[in-house]
Design a protein around this ligand. Structure first.
Ligand SMILES: [Zn+2]
Ligand SMILES: [Zn+2]
Length: 250
């Protein structure tokens, strides 16, 4: 991915509702899944990756099904993938039973060794449902999100006026992505990170103030005071910050 494309993606993401980096992460997931459904359902490498993680995470399982049903009107690809996955799980569970008896025997031996104060041998029974890898869509989406976050910081560092203005018109970074800045990029881009910290404080204080009004006006003695649209919206913006979802999702 070239820097130019990411910069354009970021500019578009900053015009969307909710955290721009979460938006890019979500879009990267949709692109991966669309591509998978378009031509890679039967691709060996793709299927091996799905088996390695025993399916996708809950978020991307839901996304896979909804993208296919909404775009293609059926769940053919999803059915092919998850029927195969079910066969893998059945096979693993069936082959687990003989080992379970071994495991009981191992537990008995370990107890004896424990009574004799002897350290048990290393190595334990592998859970047949344990996975070798995390959700592939998460990996791709997270890579895209982190690259975009780094690009945003680079742009803020160099073109603070332009990108600061763009950021001000957006919903700002979510909690998770601000935390990523502090964890990973504070030393590389201190000016940009400090700017994001100040921007977040300002947004949180503003939302907090409106939320307090919203709370106060629900009290009996303030029941005749009208709650403004901004005060109605404040809690959604606050949840958007903590979750990364657009305020309209709440
Ligand atoms: Zn985010
Ligand atoms: Zn995932």
């Amino acid at each position: 991915m070239s820097l130019g494309i990411t910069t354009v993606q970021l500019q578009l993401a900053l015009r969307q509702s909710g955290c721009p980096i979460c938006y890019i992460r979500q879009q990267a997931g949709v692109r991966y899944i669309s591509n998978l459904l378009w031509e890679n359902v039967n691709d060996v490498e793709t299927r091996e990756r799905i088996i390695a993680s025993l399916g996708y995470c809950p978020e991307h399982t839901l996304l896979l099904a909804s993208v296919e049903v909404n775009r293609h009107g059926s769940a053919m690809g999803t059915s092919i993938i998850y029927e195969h996955l079910a066969q893998v799980v059945i096979h693993r569970l069936e082959t687990w039973h003989p080992e379970k008896r071994t495991s009981q025997w191992r537990i008995f031996i370990q107890r004896i060794l424990g009574w004799l104060n002897i350290a048990p041998p290393r190595g334990s029974l592998k859970n047949v449902l344990s996975v070798d890898s995390s959700c592939r869509v998460c990996q791709i989406a997270e890579g895209s999100a982190q690259f975009s976050l780094l690009t945003l910081l680079e742009e803020l560092e160099v073109h603070l006026d332009d990108w600061g203005r763009l950021l001000a018109t957006s919903d700002g970074l979510c909690f998770q992505h601000l935390r990523d800045c502090l964890d990973n990029y504070l030393e590389i881009h201190p000016r940009a990170t400090e700017y994001l910290i100040k921007d977040t404080i300002q947004r949180l204080e503003d939302r907090s103030k409106r939320m307090n009004e919203y709370i106060r006006k629900h009290a009996w003695d303030a029941r005749h005071e009208a709650i403004t649209p901004e005060e109605h919206w404040a809690w959604k913006e606050m949840l958007s910050f903590f979750s990364g979802y657009p305020p309209s999702r709440f």
